[in-house]
Design a protein around this ligand. Structure first.
Ligand code: UTP
Length: 418
C-alpha cells in the first residue's frame, strides 16, 4: 500500500494525474506491472528533458576547425600495404568484434517489424537487411579464416521479433554461437503537455533511447565483459540499414592501429555544401560531428587548397573503437536530443489514438556525441558508391528504390573486376 501511495505522490508532483487514473482502474498483476515500471522511471530526468524542448537552443560561441582525414583512394602503395597488414594481423589474431545497432524504430521507412527484417528487392529474390550484413561478415570470415563475434543490439520493443526472425532464418548461415543479441535501454515518450504516453498494454509507452545508448547497453548487458573474455581489442559499431556497409575494413583498422588512436571512422565526401548530413569537425579542440543545421553556411561552403570542402566528411555510422574507448564512454553520460514524432497512445477514455501528425517527444542520445571525450580520432574517406547506401525513407532519397540500384551496381562492378 505504501509503495502505491509513494508512487501516486510522485505522479502528482510531476503532473501525471492521467496515470493515477490508470493505476486506479487496473487490478492485480496489471497494476503491479505498471507500478514496477513507474518505480524505474526517473521523472525528474524526463521532465527536465521535456522542459528543454521548450527552451530556445543556446548558440554558444564554438571554435570550429576542420578535422584531418585520409582518402582511401589516395593512400600511397606503402601506406595502404602497411595499414592492410596491421589490420589483417589483428583480425587473424581474433581481436575484432562487430556490433550492429538494430534498436531503432525505423519510423521513416514505415516497415512493420524490425528494420533488419526489411527485404530489399534485389536480384528478383530479394535480400533482408540482416542477410546483407551476415553476407558481409561471412565473406570476411572466409577471407581471414576466422569467425568474428557479432553482437546485435535490439530494443525491448523489437527484440523478440528480431530473435524469432534470425532463428527462423538460421542466422543466414552465420555461426549461431558467434551471435550475441542484447537489448538497449528505453525512455518514456512525452506529449506536448509533458504527459507520459500510455501504451496499448496499459503500461507507460517507451522507446529506445537513441543509438548513443549502445555504449551503456554493451556494458550493462555483459557484452563488453564477454568481449574482454574473448580477448577482443577492436570493436566496430555500425547501423543496420546501410547495405554497402563494410564492417571489416582492414585499411580502416590498420590506420587506427598505426595512428594509435582510440577511435577511427569511415566517412564519405558530402555530395554538395547543402546536403543535409552531419560532418566531422573539431569543436573547441575535440572531434565532433556537427549537424548540418549547426554548421554556419559560410563554413559549409569553404574549400581547402585542393578544392575540397573543408567540412565535407559525412558521418556514416561506420565507427571503430578500442575496447578501452568503449569502456571509457560507457561510464560517461551523453546528452539527449529530442525528436518530435508520431506515436499512438491510449487516451483518457481507454481508446487508442493513432495520430496523423507528430504528437510526442522521443529522447535520444547519438553515438557520435561520444567522440568529444577524446583528443583525436582518425578518419578514412571511403567512396560513396562503395560504402554508403542507407535505407531510411519510404520514397525519394535513401529509399529502397535508390538503395537497390546502388547495391546492384556495386555488385556488378565487383563481378566485373573479379
Ligand atoms: P536512425 O537514427 O536512422 O533511426 O538510426 P531509425 O530507427 O533507423 O529510423 P527513424 O529515424 O525512426 O526513421 C541509425 C541506426 O541506429 C540504430 C538504428 O537501428 C540504425 O541502425 N538505432 C537508432 C538504434 O539502434 N537505437 C536507437 O534508439 C536509435
Amino acid at each position: 500500500m505504501d509503495k502505491l501511495q509513494d508512487t501516486i505522490d510522485v505522479l502528482k508532483m510531476y503532473n501525471q494525474n492521467h496515470i493515477i487514473n490508470l493505476l486506479n482502474n487496473l487490478e492485480g498483476s496489471k497494476r503491479e506491472e505498471l507500478l514496477e515500471q513507474l518505480n524505474k522511471i526517473d521523472f525528474h530526468q524526463i521532465m527536465e528533458l521535456y522542459d528543454n524542448t521548450k527552451k530556445n537552443i543556446e548558440i554558444k560561441e564554438n571554435k570550429i576547425e576542420a578535422l584531418k582525414y585520409l582518402d582511401k583512394q589516395k593512400l600511397t602503395k606503402e601506406q595502404k600495404e602497411k595499414f592492410d597488414r596491421l589490420g589483417e594481423e589483428a583480425i587473424k589474431n581474433n581481436e575484432y568484434a562487430v556490433v550492429t545497432m538494430a534498436g531503432g524504430q525505423g519510423t521513416r521507412l514505415g516497415h512493420t517489424g524490425p528494420k533488419g527484417t526489411f527485404k530489399l528487392d534485389v536480384y528478383g529474390k530479394g535480400k533482408y537487411l540482416f542477410e546483407i550484413l551476415a553476407d558481409n561478415l561471412k565473406e570476411a570470415n572466409k577471407k581471414y579464416n576466422v569467425s568474428i563475434p557479432w553482437y546485435i543490439m535490439t530494443s525491448k520493443e523489437n527484440n523478440q521479433e528480431t530473435v524469432d526472425f534470425l532463428e527462423k532464418n538460421n542466422y543466414f548461415g552465420y555461426n549461431k554461437d558467434d551471435v550475441t543479441i542484447f537489448t538497449q535501454s528505453q525512455l518514456p515518450l512525452v506529449d506536448v503537455n509533458g504527459k507520459l504516453l500510455i501504451n496499448k498494454d496499459m503500461k507507460i509507452k517507451e522507446a529506445s533511447d537513441g543509438n548513443g545508448g549502445t555504449y551503456t547497453s554493451l556494458r550493462a548487458s555483459g557484452s563488453l565483459a564477454n568481449m574482454k573474455e574473448k580477448g577482443i581489442k577492436w570493436i566496430f559499431i555500425g547501423g543496420v540499414d546501410n547495405v554497402l556497409l563494410k564492417m571489416v575494413d582492414v585499411t580502416l583498422l590498420g590506420m587506427a592501429i598505426d595512428k594509435q588512436v582510440q577511435i577511427a571512422s569511415k566517412s564519405v565526401a558530402k555530395a554538395n555544401p547543402k546536403e543535409k548530413v552531419g560532418v566531422f569537425c573539431k569543436m573547441n579542440g575535440h572531434p565532433k560531428v556537427i549537424e548540418y543545421a549547426e554548421l554556419p553556411e559560410k563554413m559549409a561552403e569553404e574549400v581547402d587548397d585542393d578544392g575540397e570542402l573543408k567540412y565535407g566528411e559525412s558521418h556514416i555510422m561506420c565507427n571503430l573503437y578500442t575496447i578501452d574507448a568503449i569502456e571509457k564512454i560507457s561510464k560517461e553520460s551523453l546528452m539527449y536530443h529530442s525528436a518530435f514524432k508520431k506515436n499512438s497512445y491510449i487516451d483518457e477514455n481507454g481508446k487508442e489514438v493513432i495520430p496523423q501528425e507528430p504528437n510526442s517527444y522521443k529522447f535520444e542520445s547519438f553515438i557520435f556525441d561520444a567522440f568529444e571525450f577524446f583528443d583525436d580520432i582518425a578518419i578514412l574517406r571511403g567512396k560513396r558508391e562503395d560504402d554508403f547506401a542507407p535505407v531510411k525513407n519510404k520514397e525519394g532519397v535513401d529509399s529502397p528504390k535508390t538503395t537497390k540500384e546502388l547495391y546492384e551496381k556495386y555488385w556488378e562492378r565487383q563481378q566485373r573486376n573479379a
